[in-house]
Design a protein around this ligand. Structure first.
Ligand code: FAD
Ligand code: NAP
Length: 619
């Protein structure tokens, strides 16, 4: 029995030591069951009394033997000697038994506590578990960005077993980050905080006109303090995410996943250890990473949105290349923080958005001091002796120009991280040009492989889209839901200095779809009450409503440039989902004095030719 117990204890201990990351409930549960059963059996058949009896029998035998052997000794001598022997033997046996029992108890309670905490950093899913995992068990493997996390949390709530993998490869300059994906670490969250920092700078300058006693000339940003505050918040979200995964019993593994086959994902840890997961369903939510142009010096000296929010040094004079969401937002907050900022667009700004609104946003940024260079491309970046970056760029006429910057930030779109998944091993098809997945209701060409978020072909690359699609997919797979993701009329906001929020069709898209005669465009400039005291320009804020001209005059699109655009447009997005019409909009009583009320008093159509400029605050 002693050897058996010891072997078992050793086995459990060895297993625990070889498991470095991740943990699997089944493995531990099975082990615990077997071990507890075996232990209980042993304890049942070999109680302390049993052992004592056995020892006593042994001792009696020994006494008999001794009595026979030690005939020359007196009876008393023999008795004393044997008594001592018996005492020692019984004591040793009892000590051994106690030690064994206490070791068994230790192992049991350790395994129990492992079961309670489910997954500790450094636990593992191994081949043994893979073999134990039955295909009919629901085990879903996903990646922990916005979409993967949402799907995972929803799925475990519906009774599925879920493992999530997350792995961040460092950026070319070595930036890396924690759990939670792009939005939390290098996207929406740090961006919004830096945007807010820039808005506060603007507010400080306006505060003097409201009577605040301060000298705006002495106000400047401390980049290090800003970066630290932003990163502290990001880290707190990483931590909360981790705790939430544990609480919700989603198993997390810090490993880079790739397909072995359609039901098997291999995760490789930083140390190069491999873990194998088999699953009935697999969800791809790997998102993307910024692209770099194929020009000399781009990767060596350029940075991207992956780096800017944790940049060790202040960015200084910055060239932002690319005029999409990220380009405009980064250029906007950098300029607002006081850095000399140039935005270089190879064509137009904000492709895909309502043209008039996009240009309005760019003009407004220009008025604030962002230098725009249109129809130009960077050709080369070199590092000067003083450490600054010499940038060669070419204009639309082929003329080469040069300028020196402290930072060059590329915001030229993002590459899906699907190639790294070795999709061919699972028979997964990708769109060749983009590497994206052309899924139908989030289901790929391989029936048990699903995808949500930025990896989806022709779907909005937005956090709430990834989250919503992930949740609905989990409900369809593991609940009784049939609700599908509706990718139309998704509201979005560009966090440019004066924000631009919109939902539904652009003017161009509506005209292309229904014809010029069938579309009515309502529009208005407006001046927020808070703009009057600092005497901000009345042609900055603008709203536009795109609607059907006939029939029920259904609203097809709403566009808003002004303060807190995201907050404003969110509610109207719900109204559009509910079938908002122009008569309903006009019959909605506004909240005064707010900027959102401008939508409720919109009456000038472009067709009328009337001046959309405001006559007074309450016109
Ligand atoms: C600068 C910036 C600002 C943004 N601002 C906004 C905003 O204001 N509002 C908004 O709605 N959206 C914004 N977005 C977009 C938003 O961040 C994305 O749409 C969203 O994060 C997509 O979620 P996802 O789940 O598809 O992927 P992600 O959030 O990118 O998560 C994917 C995760 O999978 C990991 N991963 C990748 N490959 C593997 C692998 N093989 N194995 C294991 N793990 C892997 C990645 O490291 C990552 O952690 C912004 C994006 C950027 C870059
Ligand atoms: N507020 C938000 O919700 C928010 C914020 C940030 C990001 N996001 C999401 O993240 C996604 C990615 O944003 P993004 O700004 O990286 O991409 P994007 O919106 O697709 O814009 C990419 C920009 O880079 C330009 N470009 C492409 N290749 C180039 C090259 N080789 N040289 C120079 N310029 C080049 C494009 O110009 P062309 O127009 O000429 O192609 C475009 O202006 C967005 O689609 C968005 O959904 C959302």
């Amino acid at each position: 029995m002693e050897n058996k117990v010891e072997n078992q204890v050793d086995k459990v201990e060895n297993k625990r030591m070889s498991n470095t990351e991740g943990d699997i409930e089944n493995e531990v549960e099975n082990k615990v069951k077997t071990q507890i059963d075996e232990t209980e059996n042993k304890l049942e058949t070999k109680t302390e009394d049993d052992i004592e009896n056995k020892v006593e029998n042994k001792v009696e035998n020994q006494v008999d033997t001794a009595e026979n052997e030690e005939v020359s000794k007196t009876e008393g001598d023999v008795e004393n000697e044997v008594e001592d022997k018996v005492e020692n033997k019984v004591k040793n046996q009892m000590d051994n038994t106690e030690n064994k029992l206490s070791r068994i108890n230790d192992v049991e309670s350790e395994i129990k506590s492992q079961l309670e905490s489910k997954v500790e950093t450094g636990s593992i899913v191994g081949n043994e578990i893979e073999n134990q995992q039955k295909q009919e068990d629901i085990l879903s493997v996903s990646h922990t960005g916005s979409g993967g996390l949402a799907a995972a949390k929803e799925a475990v709530g519906l009774g599925a077993k879920v493992a999530v993998l997350d792995y961040v490869s460092p950026s070319p300059i070595g930036t890396t980050w924690g759990l939670g994906g792009t939005c939390v670490n290098v996207g929406c969250i740090p961006k919004k905080l830096m945007h807010q920092a820039a808005l506060l700078g603007e507010a400080i300058h306006e505060a003097a006109t409201f009577g605040w006693q301060l000298d705006p000339k002495t106000v400047k940003i401390d980049w290090e303090a800003l970066r630290t505050s932003v990163q502290n918040h990001v880290k707190s979200v990483n931590w909360v995410t981790r705790v939430e995964l544990r609480t919700k019993k989603v198993e997390y593994f810090n490993a880079l996943g790739h397909f072995k086959d359609a039901h098997t994902v291999v995760g490789t840890t930083k140390k190069g250890e491999e873990k194998v997961f088999t699953a009935k369903d697999i969800l791809i939510a790997v998102g993307g990473r910024p692209r770099y142009p194929d020009i000399p010096g781009a990767v060596e000296y350029g940075i991207t949105s992956d780096d800017i929010f944790s940049l060790e040094r202040a960015p200084g004079k910055t060239l932002v290349v690319g005029a999409g969401y990220i380009g405009l937002e980064c250029a906007g907050f950098l300029n607002g923080l006081g850095y000399d900022t140039t935005l270089m667009a190879r064509s137009i700004v904000l492709r895909g958005f309502d043209r008039q609104m996009a240009e309005h946003v760019a003009e407004e940024m220009q008025q604030r001091g962002v230098n725009f260079i249109y129809e130009a491309k960077v050709k080369k970046i070199a590092k000067q002796e003083d450490g600054r970056l010499l940038v060669d760029w070419v204009d639309k006429d082929g003329q080469i120009h040069q300028d020196v910057y402290d930072t060059v930030l590329f915001a030229i779109g993002r590459r899906s991280l699907t190639q790294e998944l070795k999709p061919e091993n699972a028979g997964l098809k990708l769109i060749p040009e983009t590497g994206k997945i052309d899924a139908v209701n989030e289901q790929s060409n391989v029936p048990n492989i699903y995808a949500v978020g930025d990896v989806l072909h022709k779907k909005p690359e937005l956090t709430p889209v990834a989250i919503h699609a992930g949740k609905l997919l989990a409900r369809r797979l593991y609940g009784n839901s049939t609700e599908k993701m509706d990718y139309t009329n998704v509201a979005t906001t560009v966090f440019s200095p004066l924000e631009y929020g919109c939902v539904g069709l652009s003017e161009e898209a509506a005209v292309a779809l229904h014809g010029q005669d069938e579309i009515e465009i309502f529009h208005a400039y407006y001046k927020p009450t808070e703009f009057f005291v600092p005497q901000k320009s009345p042609d900055r804020c603008y709203v536009k409503v795109v609607a059907l001209r006939h029939g029920d005059e259904r609203v097809l699109g709403m566009h808003f440039v002004g303060p807190n655009a995201g907050e404003v447009i969110q509610g109207f997005a719900a109204a559009i989902k509910c079938g908002l019409t122009i008569p309903k909009l006009k019959s909605t009583v506004g909240i005064h004095p707010t900027v959102a009320e401008e939508f409720t008093r919109i009456f000038i159509t472009k067709r009328s030719g009337l001046d959309p400029k405001p006559q007074s605050c309450c016109s």
